[in-house]
Design a binder for this molecule. Structure first.
Ligand code: 15L
Length: 267
């Protein structure tokens, strides 16, 4: 059956805020975990705590059918923080998922796990392309994917790591015309990942059906993720007549400007 209790970690963050109303369903409980306090809406349960606190995570995970792990530092930061929140936090969530008998864990990975991959590595670029992190942050996202694979192999957990592009209400620059993941498509991705028919271990790109997309839709389609939105509707206002040059490093590399951001310096 479709999961009736879905735990969202990092529910107060950017993606949690966008996904919350879109994942609400009759017969489903959305359990929200965050360090920030949240107000429960109908069909929701709120738990206040950090993914760095194993007891809080275990309590929040008990009775959940699926976990959508969004909690984490979402850009470059100092090494110790990245390690504690993104890496150890993910291990804590995966341990709790196994202990609670959860079927599926969706991990919010990022394009920055493969940020130094370029158009020369393939167009469309497979989601299975090897890691090439562009920051400590991107490295932590690849480490998360690796943990997901480990817990899948060891414990049979279904794990979907989504290498998310740019998930915002609207694209806000020329790069995002290719990398945008619309909030509605983000919800479609989560629904596909937690659907009963999705089992095993998957790494997929989290990106909309953008005209300028160059990251492969195939791995997502294999789990039933069929994005519908296209950032191209925003092209005119974002480009203002100036077509981007695909050879420009910002458009040539998966990770765009992250590839040039100083390591360990919070964004
Ligand atoms: C990410 O991983 C960040 O969390 C997000 O804020 C955006 O910067 C995004 O990547 C992107 O590449 O646009």
């Amino acid at each position: 059956a479709a999961p009736s209790t879905l735990l969202l970690t990092g529910a107060a963050g950017n993606m949690g805020t966008l996904l919350r109303p879109r994942l609400a369903r009759d017969g489903r409980i959305l359990r929200l975990l965050d360090t920030a306090e949240l107000q429960a809406r109908p069909g929701e349960q709120v738990r206040t705590g950090s993914v760095t606190d194993p007891d809080a995570v275990a309590a929040a995970t008990a009775g959940a059918d699926a976990v959508v792990h969004l909690a984490g530092i979402s850009g470059e930061a100092g090494w110790d923080d990245i390690l504690a929140v993104n890496v150890e936090g993910t291990r804590t969530v995966l341990d709790a998922a196994v202990a609670a008998g959860v079927r599926t864990v969706v991990l919010a990975s990022s394009n920055h796990a493969a940020g130094f991959r370029t158009r020369d590595d393939g167009v469309p670029l497979p989601a299975t392309v090897g890691p090439a992190p562009d920051t400590y942050y991107g490295w932590s996202k690849h480490a998360m994917e690796g943990l997901g694979r480990l817990y899948h192999e060891r414990f049979g957990l279904t794990v979907v790591s989504a290498r998310i592009g740019s998930c915002f209400p609207r694209p806000s620059n020329a790069r995002m015309l290719a990398t945008w993941l619309s909030p509605d498509d983000a919800a479609r991705l989560v629904e596909a990942a937690v659907a009963p028919g999705t089992r095993g271990h998957h790494v997929v790109w989290g990106v909309s059906a953008n005209t300028r997309r160059w990251w492969s839709p195939a791995e997502g389609a294999a789990i039933g993720f069929h994005p519908r939105d296209d950032a191209e509707v925003f092209a005119e206002e974002l480009l203002d007549g100036a077509e981007p040059d695909p050879a420009d490093p910002v458009h040539h590399r998966v990770g765009g400007a992250f590839c040039d951001a100083p390591l360990g310096v919070p964004m």
